[in-house]
Design a protein around this ligand. Structure first.
Ligand code: PLP
Length: 414
């Protein structure tokens, strides 16, 4: 037994599963096997209860009311900012902008940071493995500024070709944007190495942390990037929550993207002055309940222990990959040396959507489709893949049952 297997065996998945009410349900009269956590993760009871408690006991708007409820809601909401600052090891809570998710966080950087700085001839560097959320905002900025998108390649194993990425960091590149972990291939990118190369050339680096934060320790200071975007619903928190971490001096130089309440210092008909970051970027009433829930999710994760979670997930990935490699005619997309517990694959003679539909009838939830990564699908030469994405609440027994179900439903399509 390897050290990872031993740690995984020591991880009490049954106890952890009991924390997630939804995992106990049946689907099509079968026990649910939820292998779609990269899409959205399930929520522990402590998160559901925190949201419930907020609405039952201290629902009020933030930063406006002087009454007791207003002050409790504000301190819980601002407490979530502190919690996120600790989660990513930010130097200051003021470096955390609360957003509706990664998509909003990246768009904020696109509109408020990139748009005013870019012009014709400039370039934004991305990679082949990006999610649409880390492509389309840059394309919109390019359309308005005359800048161009440049794409760093991946190799046959689904790893970023680091030398090509570094070579692409030419003086015309004004921003690089890379995913921490590919949502299709599972590849973990060497962010610290990329950030060092970008920094040496004075190029800011944005990291899309949607798939990294749920699986890997995030230390923005150690990573050395300039922006880190994450989304709360993949981190076992509520939907409609997320954050952008950025260096203080960068945020200070960014104009607001949305105008409205909460983001101002003083408003006159002759002109408005704006609040300091991060509030400058948080116009309007936020998702207060969501952030109360997200803070509870981060507390829950911390209590589980990152090292134990990582060891369990590594053993699950190893088991899943080995089991899938044993299925005749199955091809795994993405064999990077460093991956999270996520496997995309194709099965000869069977369409991904048909397999996913049949698996659903077996109680198995997996995602099929392009995974919001059209350019990567074009690179792979396929319209869709099946993706099994795991979290720490999954078990080795579920992997066995999933692979058995896959073999069964595949026979139905033969
Ligand atoms: N980036 C990656 C790599 C993702 O996997 C996702 C969601 O699937 C996103 C960005 C977008 O996240 P959200 O829809 O929560 O903003």
């Amino acid at each position: 037994m390897s050290a990872a297997d031993a740690a995984s065996a020591a991880f009490d998945a049954a106890r952890v599963r009991a924390d997630f009410p939804l995992l106990a349900r049946r689907v099509h009269d079968k026990p649910l096997i939820y292998f779609d956590s990269a899409n959205t993760a399930q929520k522990p009871a402590v998160v559901i209860e925190a949201v419930d408690r907020y609405y039952r006991q201290f629902n009020a708007n933030v930063a406006r009311a002087v009454h007791q409820l207003g002050s409790e809601a504000t301190s819980a909401y601002e407490g979530a900012r502190d919690r996120l600052a600790r989660f990513v090891n930010a130097s200051s809570r003021d470096e955390i902008v609360l957003t509706s998710g990664t998509t909003q966080a990246i768009n904020l950087v696109a509109w408020s940071f990139a748009l005013p700085r870019l012009g014709p001839g400039d370039e934004i560097l991305v990679t082949t493995m990006e999610h649409h959320a880390n492509i389309v905002p840059w394309q919109l900025v390019c359309e308005r500024t005359g800048a161009r998108l440049k794409v760093a390649p991946i190799d046959a194993r689904g790893e970023l070709v680091v030398a090509d990425f570094v070579a692409a960091l030419t003086p015309s590149v004004k921003l690089a944007a890379v995913t921490h972990v590919s949502n299709v291939l599972g590849t973990i990118n060497p962010i610290a190495e990329l950030a060092r190369a970008a920094r040496r050339r004075g190029i800011p680096l944005l990291v899309d942390g949607s798939q990294g934060a749920p699986h890997l320790p995030v230390d923005v200071r150690a990573l050395g990037c300039d922006f880190y975007a994450l989304t709360g619903h993949k981190l076992f928190g509520p939907t409609g929550t997320g954050a952008l971490w950025a260096r203080k001096e960068i945020l200070a130089a960014m104009p607001p993207m949305f105008g409205g309440g909460e983001m101002i210092r003083e408003v006159r008909f002759t002109g408005t002055t704006f609040a300091d970051p991060p509030h400058r970027f948080e116009a309007g009433t936020p998702n207060i309940a969501g952030f109360v829930g997200l803070a509870a999710a981060l507390d829950y994760l911390e209590a589980l222990g990152a090292a134990r979670v990582q060891a369990h997930e590594a053993a699950l990935l190893d088991h899943l990959s080995r089991a899938l490699r044993g299925v005749p005619g199955l091809h795994i997309c993405g064999e990077a040396a460093h991956k999270v517990a996520l496997v995309s694959f194709l099965v000869e003679g069977a369409h991904a959507h048909d397999l996913a539909t049949l698996l659903d009838h077996e109680g198995v939830a997996v995602r099929s489709g392009h995974h919001c990564a059209h350019p990567l699908m074009q690179h792979l030469g396929v319209p869709a893949t099946l993706r099994a994405s795991l979290a720490f609440y999954n078990t080795h027994e579920e992997i066995e049952q999933f692979v058995a179900a896959l073999v069964r439903v595949r026979r139905l399509l033969a």
